[in-house]
Design a binder for this molecule. Structure first.
Ligand SMILES: [Ca+2]
Ligand SMILES: [Ca+2]
Length: 243
């Protein structure tokens, strides 16, 4: 009985310790797997975890270099692709209705953060809105607009922290969008390069799209084991004092 309790307690504590760190639920590096030495080929299948990537509105996509124009944070060399998107909305239309979408189950996890690298071409939209969904169909703006300060430039490590946002944790319908937004002051798209004019053929290129959870949501059995462990420690402490 005694040995069984100790074993259970150790198991519970070990599980809790093992599960304590952050975990990547899904990541897209868009690189061909296996590498083929050609950055104009790639994949929208995640390189870590599982999820789906799709296009929003009339946006079209190909693959292009993740190393060019300063490069993304992808450590891959030789065959580093990014997801090259274009065919954005005509000037003055479809605010926040064109971009990219990713769906990733957060079942069993909490405190979700999303990060990504994004290259703006000179004529691509300057303003970027992040949106999330808890049902996979209705999307809500989250956070401030990201604003490009130049064109033909990668902006690496854009991120949003969805900790505490209702419905995001432990949800197999979680999804998010990164969409082109009007300049809030003029209700028109501005070009990423201040010297350029916005155009529908401007491109946004994505790389290292990463969904991370800060912590798992412990299973009831883990709680029970942890409580058993704590109970045992208390019992041993009391016993020690009495001796
Ligand atoms: Ca390739
Ligand atoms: Ca890449």
């Amino acid at each position: 009985m005694h040995k069984t309790l100790i074993a259970l307690a150790l198991l519970g504590l070990a599980q809790a310790a093992q599960a304590a760190g952050p975990s990547i639920l899904a990541q897209w590096n868009f690189n061909s797997n296996p590498p083929d030495g050609n950055t104009s080929t790639g994949t929208t299948t995640p390189n870590i975890g599982s999820g789906t990537a799709s296009l929003v509105g009339g946006v079209t996509a190909t693959f292009a270099s993740g190393d060019a124009s300063g490069g993304s944070s992808d450590p891959a060399t030789g065959d580093d692709s990014g997801w090259q998107t274009t065919t954005y909305a005509a000037q003055g239309t479809e605010n926040k209705l064109r971009g990219v979408q990713f769906a990733v189950s957060t079942l069993g996890w909490k405190d979700i953060t999303v990060s990504w690298d994004q290259r703006h071409s000179n004529t691509a939209a300057r303003h970027v809105q992040f949106q999330y969904s808890t049902d996979g169909t209705t999307f809500t703006d989250f956070g401030n607009l990201f604003v490009a300060t130049a064109g033909d430039t990668w902006f690496n490590g854009r991120s949003v922290n969805l900790s505490g946002v209702a419905g995001v944790d432990h949800n197999d319908k979680f999804a998010f969008r990164i969409v082109a937004a009007f300049d809030p002051d003029t209700s028109t798209y501005l070009a990423s390069n201040p010297a350029s004019t916005y155009g529908t053929s401007g491109t946004w290129r994505f790389d290292m799209v990463t969904v991370q959870a800060a912590a798992p949501i412990p299973e009831p059995e883990s709680y029970a084991l942890m409580l058993a462990g704590l109970g045992l420690v208390g019992w041993m402490a009391r016993r020690h004092k009495l001796v």
